[in-house]
Design a protein around this ligand. Structure first.
Ligand code: IMP
Ligand code: MG
Length: 194
């Protein structure tokens, strides 16, 4: 992970080529671990969509995908861990080998809720695959089976991750050093190189 020199607006950078290589490794791991099975990848909208799209192409098995959309009450503010399902899965997962695909695990509250919800539907197995792990901010321990990168406590955007709905389309992931400035002026990060 490289750091941009000086007090610029951008902190850590995970370049698209590096993400690509890591996603290929995760796909190879899943292909090996699930040999002879047909896992169902459940992606959490919207942030995980780019990761899912690349990950499924790195898995050499028969896979299915489904989506779930959630909203946390009091987002940005009080983190209660209470999550509301905005869009549920389109089919039963009973007896399926489910892999929950997340963009980032931060406090762990969201994924803990999702795990409980999915487990109650009696899949055959249930594992987590997250691209990013911001473990320093963890409140609840989370059993992460597949992880792309550990990152420090920095707000990140790009490759699906957003700030107020924007920047999901950056090919690389970049850390925002000055979140207040970005919030005040959503255009303050100019990203021609990402
Ligand atoms: P958690 O419940 O604290 O683990 O929150 C996880 C969710 O918060 C993720 O699925 C993201 O939607 C969002 N999130 C946490 N950190 C970041 C970040 O650095 N950038 C963008 N979204 C984030
Ligand atoms: Mg999310």
């Amino acid at each position: 992970m490289q750091e941009q020199a000086g007090p610029g607006p951008v902190g850590l950078v995970l370049e698209s080529e590096r993400i690509k290589r890591r996603v290929a490794e995760l796909g190879a791991d899943i292909t090996r671990d699930y040999a002879g099975r047909a896992p169902l990848l459940v992606a959490v909208l919207k942030g995980s969509v780019l990761f899912l799209a690349d990950l499924v192409r790195a898995i050499d098995l028969s896979v299915s995908v489904d989506f779930i959309a959630i909203s946390s009450y009091g987002e940005g503010g009080g983190r209660s861990g209470v999550v509301r399902i905005l869009k549920d899965l389109s089919a039963s997962i009973e007896g399926e080998d489910v892999i929950l695909v997340e963009d980032i695990i931060d406090t762990g509250l969201t994924v803990t809720y999702l795990l409980a919800t999915l487990r109650a539907r009696q899949p055959r197995s249930l594992e987590i695959c997250t691209l990013l792990d911001k473990s320093v901010r963890r409140i609840i321990e989370v059993p992460i089976r597949y992880k792309g990168f550990d990152i420090p406590d920095e707000f990140v955007i790009g490759y699906g991750l957003d700030h107020q709905g924007r920047y999901r389309n950056l090919s690389s992931i970049i850390g925002v050093r000055d979140l207040e400035t970005l919030t005040a002026d959503p255009d303050s990060i100019v990203t021609p190189f990402f």
